[in-house]
Write a protein that binds this ligand. Structure first.
Ligand SMILES: Nc1ncnc2c1ncn2[C@@H]1O[C@H](COP(=O)(O)OP(=O)(O)OP(=O)(O)O)[C@@H](O)[C@H]1O
Length: 842
């Protein structure tokens, strides 16, 4: 922060800035004002890491950065519920547009919190489209914005982006038909010619850049056009975003751009030397133009050669145009068409940026506006455009002075009893009055535009007469048609040539009517939206002193209703060389922007003031409970807060603070609020955790109970199942044992019974044998008796009869042996069986 410099001189500031620049620190604070020195080299300080780093910090806590300004504006908007604006100023090529882009990027990133909605994408996507149509290469800047823009990002009260709105200021139309040496026309023409496909080339009659008069007046440089097709595609996609995906619109844009270029190729010649009447040298161009614009070629020729005039009796008369007039008509038509197209692009962008929710509910919208307006310009030859641009810069510088110097040094200090020494600064009110306050420069210009006999010379004469003796305007000593204005940034000489013409709208009503008759709906609609009043307005009555009239005042009103932040861009060197610091160039810019005075006033002035009520309301968190909003109460607070006494003063009804002290208090407030938030969070989290814990414990008990009962059931089931199995096995075992026992018993009984049986059998057999033997013996005895009796009877016993008896006895003997042998065997077997069973049992 330059306010912290021990020695406050131009040199000290310059050296400090240079030393920082050498370390690639391009950002420096003066209190809450940010100075940016364009490095002309991309530094790695804009990646998402930095977006995160600069989220929600007080200014000055971290290294100065453009993101810090965006962040502070964003949080101030949310805290104070007030709109904020960031005013970026600096001369051409100082980095305003680049800074705007960084700001918009950060402002949308802050709102996204990780997820990008469509609106943010559209806001970021609108940039390249507007740049293509409104930027051009100039001697000072290869991508110079030739229009001013105020981008207003709208937020919901929650801080999320709701939509955005772009306001454009004064497009430099003259560039379309004429460019200075080393400059170019608008980028979009080169993108179109380099990026169009072969089919598009044929259907839109596209030629090479050097074949167009509007492009070939200076050497056409197409070196950077390697990226043109890509940019062209990007633009074509961006302009097709919903809600109007009409491809014919894009075709309409192609046709219009091509028609403008072909229009510029129309050349006139005088029919005869003495006569003023003219002819078109290349009539073959007209059918192409009429085809592209889809208007009648006969009407087109008629309008390019003649003009309708209203006679004093109210009739319309036809007047042939002279050579100069015809050229003017051609160029003004091209300019008006391009301007209408640019208006449409802005309108279209706004349409896409306008979130439909805006229409649905009426909740409060907060906004942060970023103003990127063309820088102060002082070229070799300056014309009406530079006059308007520099006037706008005067107004902005005035706005800056108001906020930084004037508001701080008002009567208030005295009436509040504040000790104060005024700091001098360059007040540019007189220069603004010279240009805009009646009956001065712009009103004279308007008058001369409405007066048919007037010329630029008569305008200059009026200037001279009216402002003789005014120290802010001078006239060159030699008879030069020019005047010099002493701006806050230095003297600038303006040539009055074309002043009147450039200040008036030359789009004639009959040409508007012709374009409105176009069969191309897009071209027709362009005329409808933008030019409707012109058709009814007499030529030369529509004065376009945009800066003296409505738009600049409206901008100033918007800025006045917002809390401003200032970003001062400084060009480091004229040659656009990377990281080159040119002392004299930087010093010149520091001087004319009043940086030294700014540092002084920021260092010693009380830039912040609060009423007692506001102060207590704002900082009540730091104060004991029920601190009264009175002088004594606030003094007591300051006494206890140990702020350096020079940093604040308590007036009769207000508290005055220096920026550093405000920041200190703000930091304390921030810390205290954070501490309380943390305490609250801690308690709340503890409650939540306890609740959570109780719930968890309950849940754990339920789960445990369920688990245990389940486990027990499962165990019981397992036990029951295994018991059943065991029982079953036991039963099986028992059954098997029983069966075995039965088998053994059966075997034993069988064995026993068999033994018994065998014994019985043997006994029976023996009994039978005995019985039979007995019987046989009986019979034998009987037979013997018989034989004896027979023999006795016959007296001679026969041998033959004895024989059978002996046989019988022998067979009985054999049978006995056999029986005893089988009985032996059976007993042997039984014995061995018994033995083996005994063995098994053992
Ligand atoms: N922060 C930056 N880092 C790197 N390069 C930068 C930075 N700012 C600007 N530049 C370079 O400087 C060039 C000019 O910047 P820019 O177009 O933003 O200037 P400007 O002030 O808007 O000019 P004009 O008023 O003519 O539109 C850019 O094209 C870019 O190359």
């Amino acid at each position: 922060d330059l306010c912290a410099l021990p020695e406050l001189t131009e040199r000290a500031i310059l050296e400090s800035l240079r030393a920082r620049f050498r370390q690639e620190k391009i950002y420096t604070y003066i209190g809450s004002i940010l100075i940016v020195i364009n490095p002309f080299q991309f530094l790695p300080i804009y990646n998402p890491k930095y977006v995160k780093l600069y989220d929600n910090h007080t200014l000055g806590k971290l290294e100065p950065h453009i993101y810090a300004v965006a962040d502070v504006a964003y949080h101030a908007m949310l805290q104070r519920r007030r709109n904020q604006c960031i005013v970026i100023s600096g001369e051409s090529g100082s980095g305003k547009t680049q800074s705007t882009n960084f700001l918009i990027h950060h402002l949308t990133a802050l709102s996204q919190k990780g997820f990008a909605s469509g609106v943010e994408q559209i806001i970021l996507g609108a940039g390249p489209v507007l740049e293509a149509f409104g930027n051009a290469k100039t001697a000072h800047n290869n991508n110079s914005s030739r229009f001013g823009k105020f981008i207003q990002v709208n937020y919901q009260e929650s801080g999320t982006v709701r939509g955005a709105y772009v306001e454009k200021y004064l497009l430099e139309k003259s560039r379309l038909v004429y460019q200075e040496h080393n400059e170019r026309n608008y980028h979009v023409f080169y993108y179109l010619l380099a990026g169009a496909s072969e089919e598009e080339r044929n259907s839109f009659h596209l030629l090479k850049p050097e074949e167009y008069h509007y492009l070939n007046q200076v050497t056409v440089v197409l070196t950077s056009e390697t990226s043109a097709p890509r940019v062209f595609q990007q633009i074509s996609v961006a302009t097709k975003v919903p809600p109007e995906p009409e491809p014919e619109r894009w075709d309409g844009i192609f046709s219009l751009l091509s028609a403008i270029l072909h229009l510029g190729n129309i050349r006139y010649k005088k029919k005869t030397y003495r006569d003023d009447s003219i002819d078109i040298c290349n009539p073959e161009v007209l059918p192409i133009v009429s085809e592209l614009l889809e208007v009648s070629s006969k009407e087109l020729i008629f309008n390019y050669m003649t003009r309708k005039n209203k006679t004093t009796r109210g009739h319309m008369s036809k007047e042939a145009l002279n050579f100069r007039q015809a050229g003017t008509v051609r160029d003004s038509m091209a300019k008006s068409l391009y301007s209408a197209l640019f208006d449409w692009i802005v309108f279209r962008t706004n349409h896409a940026l306008l979130n439909n929710k805006d229409l649905e509910d009426d909740s409060k919208i907060l906004s942060i506006g970023v103003l990127d307006i063309f820088g102060f310009e002082d070229y070799e030859s300056n014309s009406f455009e530079q006059f308007c641009i520099n006037f706008a810069n005067e107004r902005l510088q005035h706005y800056f002075n108001q906020h930084i110097f004037k508001l701080e040094q008002q009567e208030e200090y005295r009436s509040e009893g504040i000790t104060w020494h005024n700091i001098d600064y360059i007040d540019n009110s007189a220069c603004i009055n010279l240009i805009s306050k009646k009956p001065t420069a712009l009103t004279l210009l308007d008058e001369e535009c409405n007066f048919p006999q007037a010329s630029n010379q008569t305008l200059l004469d009026k200037f001279k007469r009216q402002h003789e003796g005014n120290s802010y305007i001078e006239f060159p000593a030699v008879m030069e048609p020019a005047f010099i204005i002493r701006h806050y940034a230095g003297k600038v000489k303006y040539g009055v040539k074309d002043f009147r013409e450039k200040n008036t709208d030359h789009m004639r009503p009959d040409i508007v009517a012709l374009l409105k008759s176009s069969k191309n709906a897009f071209i027709c609609s362009l005329m409808g939206i933008d030019r409707r009043p012109a058709a009814d307005t007499p030529t030369r009555k529509r004065v376009l002193c945009l800066w003296s009239q409505a738009s600049l005042n409206k901008l100033m009103e918007t800025l006045d209703q917002s809390e401003p932040y200032f970003v001062k861009c400084i060009r480091s060197n004229a040659e656009k060389l990377p990281l080159r610091f040119n002392d004299s160039l930087v010093l010149r810019q520091l001087r004319y922007t009043g940086m030294l005075e700014t540092v002084r006033i920021r260092q010693s002035g009380y830039s912040i003031k609060y009423t007692f009520q506001d102060f207590v309301r704002h900082f009540h968190v730091l104060m004991p409970h029920s601190t009264p909003p009175t002088k004594s109460g606030i003094r007591e607070f300051f006494r206890r807060s140990h702020l350096p006494p020079a940093g604040y003063q308590v007036g009769h009804t207000m508290v005055f603070l220096r920026e550093a002290e405000r920041q200190r208090l703000q930091t304390l407030l921030h810390q205290e609020v954070l501490r309380r938030i943390v305490t609250l969070q801690r308690r709340f989290r503890a409650v939540l955790e306890r609740k959570h814990f109780v719930n968890m414990r309950q849940a754990a008990c339920i789960i445990q109970a369920a688990w245990r009962s389940y486990r027990e059931r499962r165990r019981f089931r397992q036990r029951r199942d295994s018991a059943v199995v065991i029982q079953r096995r036991w039963r099986l075992f028992c059954q098997r044992r029983c069966a075995a026992a039965v088998t053994v018993q059966a075997a034993w009984r069988g064995f026993r019974e068999r033994g018994r049986y065998r014994r019985v059998c043997a006994s029976v057999t023996r009994l039978q044998a005995l019985g039979r033997g007995y019987m046989a013996r009986l019979r034998f005895a009987e037979m013997k008796e018989e034989r004896k009796r027979l023999n006795t009877e016959q007296n001679q016993p026969s041998e033959m009869d004895v024989g059978p008896m002996e046989d019988l006895l022998a067979s009985e003997q054999a049978e006995k042996e056999e029986q005893s042998r089988s009985a032996d065997e059976t007993s042997h077997k039984n014995r061995s069986k018994r033995e083996s069973r005994r063995m098994r049992e053992l």
